[in-house]
Design a protein around this ligand. Structure first.
Ligand SMILES: [Zn+2]
Length: 458
């Protein structure tokens, strides 16, 4: 079935628009429980208008068929680690601190530049084919320019930064750096990449977490980000052992400590926020700090259930993310939305966070978390044409009326038909258009073998 068809130059006339996403159930996500059947018109990489069925037919250079499918804003994941993708399925059955010390840090230390690039491409391939068009991404300590090169080539919208760590155990020795040198490296990478690809790529300063950085480094990260107007991105309060270790080291709760070093504020995105006391929640509210909910990773590592309905009701901006491939083990917005829309029933009842709330976390709320609400997050004329088309053909999607309930509770990455970023079709009929998938699979296999050999010989 070929769904991408030229429709241009009828009678030699120039077409009315660049691209038409035709005849889908369009869910703009500007408000809940609103959808219409029609066409999304794309011009110059932006959404020009949404035409309901029966409107005058217009011509397009290219048409993507969305019949029998839902047309949504491209999904936004506010916390992922594409660089960890080669460790997928190799770090199971561990709690957070063991997971980090025994598997993840040795893996990151063993990656070479080609490993960084290939891991990033694996992660981005999975994200794009799963309908995720935007991520806030967390790097390792070296070769981070290779992640941006991969993102530029493959067409995803990415805010990303190399991580920082200047203390830790012997297993992390190869990743521990001089604080000033690591900040200088971040400044160089951010200066090179922030704003590139028409603004699709942005830099975020990313200290790993309170336990891997000296106070001076955390303060330096905050200073660097604010000098340049870059976001800050870190982890906080994922696990009870981590929270206890921060208190033992600093005499403060985790969020109190981050606040003391400058790592709270509207420009700060903290992944997890599972174990927070009432004073910490008040600090998040007062400082307008953002939280990224990572239910799949929190379940797999046995970390706990974040009180997301409670944080949202207090006005804390919350996004959704898969975290890293070794702690999930997938980078699927569908899986995270399904978990978000079911997990909170255990603690807060079945109406606490429904399908439309989960879809909001992965679209308009995620855009707010990343300070991109003027650009993406809803299908609104004038915004970037970041669009995900999800087929409703699957058995788990029928029958039903509410298209968002069907996608959140019945959909999967395999149901994604087309994906656009800035109006560019990066996935058509479920296939990546920006890299050769078979060549990428070969490189993934070679790079994982080489990385594993280096891990074994350390
Ligand atoms: Zn993470």
């Amino acid at each position: 079935m070929t769904l991408a068809t030229p429709d241009a130059s009828i009678d030699g006339m120039s077409p009315d628009c660049d691209l038409l996403v035709r005849n889908g159930i369009v869910v703009p996500m500007e408000r809940d429980r609103h959808w219409l059947t029609g066409d999304v018109v794309v011009r110059d990489g932006r959404i020009a208008e949404i035409l309901p069925s029966g409107a005058d037919k217009i011509t397009a250079r290219r048409v993507l068929d969305a019949s029998g499918a839902v047309v949504l804003p491209g999904f936004i994941q506010s916390h992922v680690h594409v660089v960890q993708s080669l460790l997928r399925h190799q770090a199971d059955g561990l709690e957070l601190l063991d997971w980090l010390e025994r598997r993840t840090l040795p893996y990151e230390a063993a990656l070479d530049g080609d490993g960084v690039a290939t891991a990033a491409e694996l992660g981005i391939a999975e994200l794009l084919t799963g309908g995720t068009t935007t991520v806030l991404d967390f790097g390792t300590t070296h070769d981070h320019g290779r992640v941006f090169e991969s993102a530029e080539k493959m067409g995803i919208r990415m805010t990303s930064g190399r991580t920082h760590m200047d203390m830790g155990s012997s297993t992390a020795a190869a990743l521990i750096e001089d604080a000033d040198a690591s900040l200088a490296d971040a400044e160089g990478i951010g200066g090179r990449w922030h704003g590139q690809a028409g603004g699709r790529l942005r830099y975020a300063v990313a200290p790993r977490f309170a336990l891997s950085c000296t106070r001076g480094l955390l303060e330096g990260c905050a200073r660097l980000a604010r000098e340049h107007g870059w976001l800050l991105h870190s982890h906080a309060s994922e696990n009870t052992d981590e929270v206890a270790a921060v208190r033992a080291a600093t005499g403060m709760s985790n969020i109190e400590y981050l606040d003391a070093v400058g790592l709270t504020g509207p420009d700060v995105v903290l992944a997890h926020g599972v174990h927070l006391d009432s004073a910490e929640i008040q600090l998040l509210v007062d400082t307008r700090t953002r939280i990224c909910h990572c239910p799949g990773a929190n379940l797999k590592l046995g970390s706990g259930i974040a009180d997301i309905p409670g944080l949202r009701s207090r006005g804390v901006p919350v996004g959704l993310g898969a975290d890293g491939p070794p702690c999930n083990n997938r980078l699927s917005a569908f899986y995270e939305m399904s978990l978000a829309a079911t997990l909170h029933s255990l603690r807060s009842g079945p109406t606490a966070l429904g399908a439309w709330d989960a879809m909001a976390l992965a679209t308009r709320d995620g855009a707010r978390v990343l300070h991109l609400a003027d650009v993406i997050g809803t299908l609104t004329p004038g915004k970037a044409a970041d669009i995900t088309v999800v087929s409703l053909d699957g058995w788990s999607m029928i029958p039903g009326d509410d298209p968002v309930a069907r996608v959140v509770h019945g959909g999967s990455a395999a149901d994604v038909r087309h994906v656009l970023v800035d109006g560019r079709p990066v996935v058509v009929d479920g296939r990546l258009t920006t890299v050769d998938p078979n060549a990428l699979r070969t490189r993934i296999d070679e790079c994982w073998r080489a990385t594993r050999r280096r891990m074994e010989h350390r």
